[in-house]
Design a protein around this ligand. Structure first.
Ligand code: ATP
Ligand code: MG
Length: 561
């Protein structure tokens, strides 16, 4: 492999270096989980700017979540220093918002248009009924834009205005897109307009982690990249730095039946000979499963530390585990309640996030409404969020008041907790904060440093990694998901398998999978079988935890009671 004559790429492996230092033109990086996509992407941008004299302001990097955008931004800062600020780092929504702000007049909007909140939308919906055009007119009359229009409106402008397209092509001569496997039709068209077929578009992703088709994402765009962008270069990254070897082996076997990557390979960079097997627990019911999680968390966090000094890696078994190292992943939000209960009762702090929009969470809309309308609220943004919470919680306890957002005081307080880290990051910038809350997902408000066990839906866990991962509810009917009266199609089962793969590959050192024999679903208690996705994994990769006899309550540790 030819060496690149710079220290900048020293921290990359050979293939990552090939990707980071590839010349201009369309570039597709097909890379499995944990192969260092973010690292490669940031180094590519830094390399182009530092070594090939590309201007940072000519670079546009697009990620799927704000959390990922922040991560990219901070890593770029580390590599490039202050000039990194000139790189545009955006999500599709924030990019759309910026395009629309710059062209508000052409879009028939005033410069200070804002994004409709839930109250605005509910009012317009109530007045307009089913009449879609009337609904938009009502929003427009109040200078409001719906969230979904943040991509479609700029798209409409660009479609009709070749000069505008040229202006943006001139501004962003280098475009980078992470998680390209999950773009939808509008996002794809936007990218095609911004980037000519021979342009410098670098798409990076993994078709086997395409999990958003229910939102309109289409992995087909990834698979036909080389047809859309002729002369595209293809680089594959196969070396996984994240997961201990048994975890990776289990994940590779799990995805094999429906892999979209020809000759899918993932080679473990971590070969710790004593890496633990994947823990597998067969629970009697959800309470038993929740108690298994609590018991194991307690053992891990309270356990004896045993860390190898030279590498800082965990030697043989997990040690020095703190709550922030641990994630519990599940298919549906409804599965979280018994786990949250059990952890909380044992005194374990938790933070729970889904991939749903932030503003759909009960209490958030009410706080946003309050912040917008009650200019009496002073102080820092974080203080104002707290104050709005106080005002609302009082109002909601007063029975006669018809308060906006129909949330309980508990909802309001959990929304305050959720929004505070975001508010702190936004300083005093209320419009930025409002834009983040209206366009962001709950998982964007995740605080990776919080001393808490993180509970996430599998969708929300995309792109993240944790030393310890519990995947609970690995049952047929939940994974793959089966709705009453419907049989999932082959494509749907394949997507569920990819979701399973995403979950397994979040784990670094220790992975536990569990399933229960009974669960309350669709209004009744049902017998459950383990997911067939587990059947394709070699049983030698599992360590069965507990005996076949599920533990009875009297066996539980005192702390749980
Ligand atoms: P995903 O598909 O899950 O989003 P990814 O490809 O984006 O995964 P990263 O999160 O970028 O993976 O990297 C996974 C882990 O591997 C990170 O902890 C990262 O620091 C580490 N890593 C990546 N490349 C290297 C390398 N060359 N040497 C050592 N560690 C690396
Ligand atoms: Mg990633």
């Amino acid at each position: 492999m030819e060496e690149v004559g710079t220290g900048l790429l020293d921290r990359l492996d050979a293939m990552q270096r090939v990707a980071a230092s590839a010349p201009g033109g369309p570039l597709l990086i097909v890379a499995g989980p944990g192969t260092g996509k973010t690292r490669t992407l940031t180094h590519r941008i830094a390399y182009l700017c530092a070594e090939l004299n590309v201007y940072p302001e000519h670079c546009l990097a697009i990620t799927f979540t704000r959390r990922a955008a922040e991560e990219l931004r901070s890593r770029l800062d580390g590599l490039l220093g202050p000039v990194a600020e000139d790189v545009t780092v955006a999500t599709f929504h924030s990019l759309g918002l910026a395009l629309l702000r710059e062209n508000a007049k052409a879009a028939g909007l005033p410069p200070d248009f804002r994004i409709a909140d839930d109250t605005d939308r509910a009012q317009a919906r109530a007045e307009a009924g089913d009449d879609e055009a009337a609904y938009t007119d009502l929003l427009r009359a109040q200078d409001l834009v719906d969230l979904d229009e943040l991509v479609t409106l700029p798209l409409a402008l660009l479609r009709d205005d070749a000069e505008l397209v040229e202006r943006y092509r001139d501004r962003w001569r280098w475009i980078f897109v992470d998680e390209y496997q999950d773009v939808d039709a509008d996002q794809y068209e936007l990218l095609r307009l911004l980037s000519p077929p021979d342009g410098n578009l670098c798409a990076i992703g993994d078709p086997d982690q395409a999990i958003y088709s229910f939102r309109g994402a289409d992995v087909g765009y990834f698979l036909r990249f080389s047809e859309d962008f002729q002369e595209a270069r293809l680089v594959r990254l196969n070396r996984n730095y994240r997961s201990a070897a048994p975890i990776l082996a289990a994940a590779v076997q799990a995805i094999a039946p429906s892999s979209l990557v020809r000759g899918r390979r993932l080679d473990p960079a971590r070969l710790d000979p004593e890496a633990p097997l994947v823990g597998r627990y067969a629970a009697a019911g959800v309470t038993d499963e929740a108690n298994f999680v609590v018991r194991t968390v307690d053992e891990l966090v309270g356990g004896v530390s045993h860390r190898s000094l030279d590498s800082g890696r965990i030697d043989g078994r997990v040690s020095n585990v703190s709550f922030s190292d641990i994630a519990v992943l599940y298919r549906t939000d409804a599965q979280a309640a018994p786990i949250v209960d059990a952890l909380s009762r044992a005194g374990v702090p938790v933070q729970k996030r889904s991939h749903d929009r932030l503003r759909d969470r009960a209490g958030v809309a009410a706080i946003i409404h309050e912040l917008r309308h009650e200019n009496g609220l002073g102080g820092s943004l974080a203080a104002r969020v707290r104050l709005a919470g106080q005002v609302l919680a009082q109002r909601f306890t007063a029975p006669t008041l018809d308060a906006s957002g129909a949330a309980s005081p508990e909802d309001v307080w959990s929304a305050v907790e959720l929004l505070t880290p975001l508010a702190q990051r936004c300083g005093d910038d209320l419009p930025e904060f409002l834009a983040q809350v209206t366009t962001g997902a709950e998982v964007d408000a995740l605080d990776p440093r919080a001393e808490a066990v993180t509970l996430l839906t599998l969708h929300a866990a995309k792109g993240l990694e944790f030393p310890v991962v519990f995947m609970v509810g690995c049952e047929d009917g939940l994974l793959p998901m089966r709705w009453p009266g419907a049989t999932p199609s082959d494509d749907e089962v394949a997507e569920e398998r990819r979701l399973f793969f995403v979950g397994l590959t979040r784990a670094q050192d220790r992975l536990y999978v569990s399933h229960t024999a009974r669960r309350l679903r669709h209004g009744g208690e049902r017998e459950c079988r383990p997911t067939p996705f587990l059947d394709v994994i070699d049983s030698a990769l599992f360590e069965r935890i507990g005996d076949t006899e599920p533990r009875r309550p009297k066996d539980r540790q005192l702390r749980l009671l």
